[in-house]
Design a protein around this ligand. Structure first.
Ligand SMILES: Cc1cc2nc3c(=O)[nH]c(=O)nc-3n(C[C@H](O)[C@H](O)[C@H](O)COP(=O)(O)OP(=O)(O)OC[C@H]3O[C@@H](n4cnc5c(N)ncnc54)[C@H](O)[C@@H]3O)c2cc1C
Length: 463
């Protein structure tokens, strides 16, 4: 059976590609290992009826086109808009996010440490030539903010030391405050909270993040989609893929959205097998806690909280029932928290005790009040959660992508193209969509701005 374009994976990237191919009336087939759409952006309901996402997913977008598909998927009433309310918990208090813009919430010595570092960083900014993420933090924020928050927090998120990470991905992802603004917030004691691309976000009213992708998948013709169909081998010379049931399909173009390290293993001979091991990633452990009763008052309006301190395993906790009351089985009568804990060879996690450790820390951090009735403790581990922006990433990843392209294989997506800065749902959908446009136009890399010009795409305003 010959198909012009085969897509592997029905996460946001694969669905972006399939949507575009369908609109163009082209010949395509989508093969997905799981029995549902959405990949990492899918949701599930646990045995007690609590709904969970694979970590705190919020939707904000850099693309008007993406927004149109999202509107079409769930309809105007299907979304709930939220004003982001996120906080950092440290020193026994909540500090509004971004931390570096709200130093006035700290004690005087810490405040001074932060300002002193910023002043030194500003004085030496011109001479600074950072090599890695650690250097970049110090050159940008100075020692104070770096030691108080940036270093401990980033190690908890990334699970790799900053000396092993690049900083080119940062762009819009980290707030870099001007000294003047910091001093102003200290003097006026005003919180600065509206920074960043996700200051306003939306979330599905029903069914969690996964509902979006279920709908997008259902808008495509079922006869061109094979769920429960894992691709087990790819012959790049004969241009065939074979699935676990032994069915083979030949293709002209292959769009693969599986992790690039798996593609290297499944399609031998294109690049050296050992390069799969060069691709650094971290795992994500999701622990969800479902509770009886109303959420404590101090969590009423909070979206998520960051945790840089070492008493807790998690780096982020989301008040998931605040995103939609339908995320719990009895809306209005129950509430839920979702925690994320990173893991890597540099930061192992004890899977046996993680749930227990999480509950203990939630109590210490004041998020689980004494006497609260816990109904559900759900644990799920994602082997590949974050594509680490490791030092020298582009020099390794870009030649791999080009080598596959030379064989008609386009590896795209969060782990398909391994670029954290363009690995959210909107980016992923665009990676698939733009790849199809590029193939159709027989154009070069310039036809894929998301992959090749992340700074341009992320710098765009999408009101
Ligand atoms: C902890 C966490 C938090 C996140 N938070 C946000 C957020 O707040 N906002 C946001 O927009 N995005 C967020 N994301 C990112 C979002 O999940 C990704 O953008 C998106 O899921 C990536 O889509 P993808 O299609 O590239 O990859 P995936 O979702 O990984 O999909 C790949 C698909 O390929 C399939 N596959 C793999 N191998 C094979 C095979 N051999 N044969 C057939 N099929 C195969 C998989 O089953 C999967 O369905 C977050 C992700 C994580 C992990």
């Amino acid at each position: 059976m010959h198909i012009e374009t085969i897509i592997i994976g029905a996460g946001p990237t694969g669905l972006g590609a399939a949507t575009r191919l369908h609109e163009n009336n082209e010949d395509w087939l989508l093969l997905e290992a799981a029995g549902h759409f959405g990949g990492l952006a899918s949701s599930w309901v646990d045995e007690q009826g609590f709904l969970w996402d694979h970590g705190g997913h919020v939707q904000f977008s850099h693309y008007e086109t993406f927004d149109r598909y999202m509107d079409a998927a769930l309809g105007a009433d299907g979304w709930i808009s939220h004003q982001r309310e996120s906080w950092v918990w440290m020193r026994n208090r909540f500090i509004p996010y971004p931390f570096q813009n709200n130093l006035h919430r700290l004690d005087p010595e810490d405040r001074w440490k932060g300002v002193q570092g910023l002043m030194q960083a500003a004085a030496t900014a011109k001479a600074a030539s950072p090599v890695h993420f650690g250097d970049w933090m110090r050159a940008t924020f100075g020692a104070g903010i770096t030691e108080l928050f940036m270093e401990p927090y980033n190690f908890k998120v990334w699970a790799f030391p900053p000396e092993e990470m690049d900083f080119a991905w940062i762009g819009e992802r980290v707030s870099v405050p001007a000294l003047e603004g910091v001093l102003k917030s200290i003097c006026t004691r005003e919180d600065a909270v509206s920074w960043g691309p996700n200051a306003v976000f939306r979330f599905p009213r029903e069914g969690g993040t996964g509902a979006v992708w279920q709908k997008i998948g259902a808008m495509l013709p079922g006869k061109q989609i094979r769920l429960n169909t894992a691709v087990s081998s790819i012959d790049p010379v004969k241009k065939t893929v074979t699935d676990a049931q032994g069915n083979s399909y030949s293709y002209t173009h292959l769009i693969s959205t599986m992790p690039l390290n798996h593609l290297i293993e499944l399609a031998p001979g294109v690049v050296e097998a050992r390069t799969a091991g060069d691709l650094v990633y971290s795992s994500t452990n999701i622990v969800g806690i479902g509770m009886e009763g109303p959420a404590p008052e101090h969590l009423d309006t909070k979206c998520w909280m960051y945790f840089p301190e070492s008493n807790s395993p998690y780096y982020r906790v989301t008040v998931f029932s605040n995103y939609s009351t339908n995320n719990v089985p009895r809306p209005g009568e129950q509430w839920s928290l979702m925690t994320e804990t990173s893991e890597s060879v540099k930061k192992p996690v004890n899977h046996e005790t993680l749930v227990e450790d999480t509950v203990r820390a939630l109590k210490e951090d004041g998020l689980l009040p004494a006497g609260v009735k816990v109904l559900s403790r759900e644990y799920r581990r994602i082997e590949q959660g974050y594509p680490t922006p490791f030092l020298g990433r582009d020099a390794i990843v870009d030649p791999l992508l080009r080598a596959f392209e030379a064989q008609g294989i386009y590896s795209r997506g969060r782990f398909g193209s391994w670029k954290y800065e363009v690995a959210n749902q909107d980016h992923s959908f665009a990676l698939g969509y733009e790849c199809v446009d590029r193939l159709r136009a027989k154009a070069g890399p310039e036809a894929e701005p998301t992959l090749h010009q992340p700074a341009l795409v992320n710098g765009r305003r999408n009101p």
